[in-house]
Design a protein around this ligand. Structure first.
Ligand SMILES: OC[C@H]1O[C@H](O[C@H]2O[C@H](CO)[C@@H](O)[C@H](O)[C@H]2O)[C@H](O)[C@@H](O)[C@@H]1O
Ligand SMILES: [Ca+2]
Length: 744
């Protein structure tokens, strides 16, 4: 018996022999969770998890001072990449200590991320699993080091003290890694499913800073007693949570909404009743939903549509379906699809996408072969017709003269959810006029002691800007409520076309809606045709190749050049000639290094301290703009242009992901190749503020990655993985491949 075998009563098993138990790319829960935690498992038998026997042996080896043992472990050739067939593993004997060492050496700017801006040696040595940590291998370069930081942070969050780590997890192809994280991790972190125990946590909100906002609160529609009881029960079961449950009045007026601005709360969403398998009794269950990320921790309007596209692609149909149910509920109980389900959003909506969302969910649920899918589709369309008529085609949003619609929610006072100081420059003028500090003026104005009609007008437009989803941009500053935009009118055209088809296919051509009004397919087709005509008449500018906004008071077309012109393609409202003009004249002005920019630099104008950058303007690019443009261009057979734009956007995302510790953010500066995620505008960037590892990405950006990749072939994926800049990638294309990117 050797000294070695005395320490290890069982023969040592080579770590590589455990391969059959391992998927190096399994989710963090599996990879680091209790199932694979050696300290939580019996060490007998062969049905151990992958780290088991290794740990059993390894730790005893270590305790016995491995280095002094007469028998040396395998030579370094056993640990070479080649001899392990690329399946090398590391043994991290002390997760905490390794993390600390890694951060102290490599995170030189102390932000808990390892990025290209850190000036460390960019190299750390860690022991291989094959040698039970004895042989050290160098992990080099920002990407691998930052992946090590991410993996160790995850391991630690699962309470792991030691881990075996596959090298494949550290040098994973970045395109595959980001795709994998979105599918298996990010959506999960962004998912909310309210139950009796978590509602107080879900209700918490960081946007409002009043004493009453510190109390988690939920508002329930006046006619939902079951929900009210459910939440009261939740509150009683967890008194420590201090959950406040309140009914909303039947008539939700703008005065009422303003009156609860300092007592904000989450708004109840759709629930279903069915048997609880755990108790055998009937119980209430909330439908799940997905939040955008960062400070946006509630169900949003257009974000939900964009996220649904990604979720459906990842076969997470139940989540997308849940959001359709919530929208149906919101239309029924709050009168509209809300900007988001917080009390301070009760008066305003967001860009409408319900018909398309319902159709896409319907298809994924099995379409006509699934009665449940048909029922959902019919309920969603009934709700959409109500929304169309009572929100978008009614006062104050409808402009009777043009027949077009504007974003124009009602509401009173100063929107409370914006970042601190956002309105200071505007309010200062009035505070000076009334000789009071800004804070005092804010109260005087909000409680109606001071009346300032000009300021009312300012906030009318500001609310409209927020309803448009494009908060904020100089395109809309001080005018938004009076603009018939190409964005909104394209979306309404799509509603009309979709509703016409729905009535034809599911209601034999005639439909009695929730307002008890009868319409038929022809009615909706003629509405769509009229809108198409009006869009051309009022918004189209053949000279620039842009659909611009139309000012309904000044009765003139504006000149701002916005990426939303391409929504006309997505909705199918542009003619073939208009599409051609847009692609040849407008697109070149909007196409930047990293994809579509929100608007042209010229339209935005000069920025300065007095006229700061707005987040929905040049030089920033947003996922929903990219997604709608790709689909719109493809619809009109400009697939090459769509693919080219997609490569640009994915390049930017991948580059930031590789260089900046796995970052995925709300928006990017599409003119910058190096740190495109760094956006100094308004509330900064959501998704950038994490320690060690990003676990959410950002909702609609996650979708954009998944959808953009659909345009990429193997060589494009390789180009992205190697972060080959668009210019270099396009210029090195073989002549026969240039057409794929619409390159001459
Ligand atoms: O708090 C400031 C504003 O935040 C939201 O707007 C931004 O985030 C939303 C969620 O991702 C997104 O839908 C919107 O397009 C963004 O500009 C919110 O929607 C605004 O109402 C709010 O004032
Ligand atoms: Ca750092």
């Amino acid at each position: 018996m050797t000294e070695n075998s005395q320490i290890n009563p069982r023969p040592h098993r080579r770590n590589n022999s455990l391969d059959q138990f391992t998927d190096p790319f399994s989710t963090a829960e599996i990879y680091y969770g209790p199932e694979t935690d050696p300290t939580k498992k019996q060490t007998k038998g062969f049905n151990r998890t992958r780290t088991m026997s290794v740990f059993g042996n390894a730790s005893q080896f270590k305790i016995a001072d491995f280095t002094s043992l007469p028998v040396r472990r395998r030579g370094s050739e056993d640990d070479s990449y080649l001899s392990t067939k690329g399946k090398r593993r590391f043994f991290i004997e002390d997760v905490d200590a390794t993390l600390q060492k890694l951060l102290s050496c490599e995170d030189t700017d102390n932000n808990y991320q390892i990025t290209i801006e850190d000036a460390g040696p960019k190299m750390i040595r860690i022991g291989t699993a094959n040698s039970n940590g004895y042989n050290k291998i160098s992990i080099k370069g920002t990407y691998m080091l930052s992946n090590l930081l991410q993996e160790l942070t995850l391991a630690k969050s699962f309470g792991r003290k030691q881990v075996m780590l596959d090298e494949a997890r550290l040098n994973e192809n970045p395109v595959n890694r980001l795709e994998r994280l979105i599918a298996t991790q990010f959506w999960k972190s962004l998912t909310r499913r309210i139950d009796l125990y978590n509602v107080a946590k879900i209700a918490a909100d960081t946007k409002i800073d009043t004493p009453a906002a510190k109390v988690p609160r939920i508002y329930v529609p006046h006619n939902c007693p079951d929900q009210y009881e459910f939440y009261v029960q939740a509150s009683q079961m967890n008194p420590a949570s201090s959950l406040d449950v309140e009914y909303l009045p039947e008539d939700i007026t703008e005065e009422y909404v303003k009156s609860i601005n300092d007592r904000p709360g989450l708004l109840a969403l759709a629930m279903e009743k069915h048997m609880d398998p755990a108790t055998g009794e009937e119980a209430m269950f909330s439908y799940p939903y997905v939040v955008p990320g960062g400070r946006f921790n509630e169900l949003y309007g257009w974000d939900s549509y964009m996220m649904a596209l990604g979720l459906l692609d990842s076969a997470k149909t139940d989540l997308a379906r849940g959001m359709v149910e919530h929208f149906i509920f919101e239309i029924e109980h709050y009168g509209k699809i809300l900007n988001a389900n917080r009390s301070y959003y009760l008066c305003r909506s967001q860009p409408p996408f319900l018909t398309d969302m319902a159709l896409k969910v319907f298809e994924k649920m099995g379409g006509k072969s699934n009665p449940d899918a048909i029922s959902l589709l019919k309920r969603a369309f009934a709700a959409a017709v109500k929304e169309y008529k009572s929100v978008w085609m009614a006062a104050p949003r409808l402009d009777e003269a043009t027949g077009l619609s504007c974003y124009q929610p009602n509401g009173l006072g100063i929107p409370p959810e914006t970042e601190a100081g956002h309105f200071d420059a505007v309010l200062q003028v009035y505070a000076d006029k009334h000789k009071v500090p800004i804070e005092e003026f804010r109260n005087l104005y909000n409680n109606g002691t001071v009346v300032e009609p000009e300021l009312d007008e300012y906030f009318l437009h500001d609310r409209a800007v927020r309803e448009s989803g494009h908060d904020t941009t100089y395109r809309f500053d001080g005018v938004c409520a009076h603009l018939a935009t190409i964005d909104l009118n394209s979306l309404l055209y799509k509603y009309e076309v979709d509703i016409a088809e729905h009535i034809e296919l599911f209601h034999d051509g005639e439909f009695t809606d929730l307002l008890n009004e009868k319409t038929d397919t022809a009615y909706w087709r003629s509405r769509a045709a009229k809108r198409k005509q009006r869009i051309t008449k009022y918004l189209w500018d053949e000279e620039t190749g842009f659909f611009h906004d139309y000012h309904i008071k000044f009765k003139e077309r504006m000149t701002y050049e916005s990426a939303t012109t391409l929504w006309a393609l997505w909705a199918g409202v542009a003619t073939l000639e208009q599409a051609h003009s847009m692609v040849t004249k407008a697109l070149p002005k909007l196409e930047m290094l990293g994809g579509l920019v929100s608007c042209t630099e010229e339209s935005r104008g000069e920025v300065s301290i007095e006229r700061p950058t707005r987040q929905w303007d040049y030089p920033f690019g947003w996922a929903p703009h990219q997604i709608l443009a790709w689909e719109g261009l493809s619809k009109y057979d400009y697939v090459g242009e769509a693919r080219r734009l997609a490569y640009r956007w994915l390049y930017l995302m991948t580059k930031a992901f590789v260089d900046y510790n796995g970052i995925v953010v709300e928006k990017y500066d599409v003119t910058k190749g190096t740190d495109p995620h760094r956006v100094e505008a308004e509330y900064g960037n959501q998704g950038a503020d994490f320690k060690g590892v990003a676990t959410e990405g950002f909702g609609w950006v996650n979708t954009s990655y998944v959808l953009g990749l659909k345009f990429m072939d193997t060589s494009a994926r390789r180009g992205l993985a190697s972060c080959i800049s668009p210019d270099s990638f396009f210029s090195n294309l073989k002549p026969e491949h240039r057409g794929k990117y619409a390159m001459p």
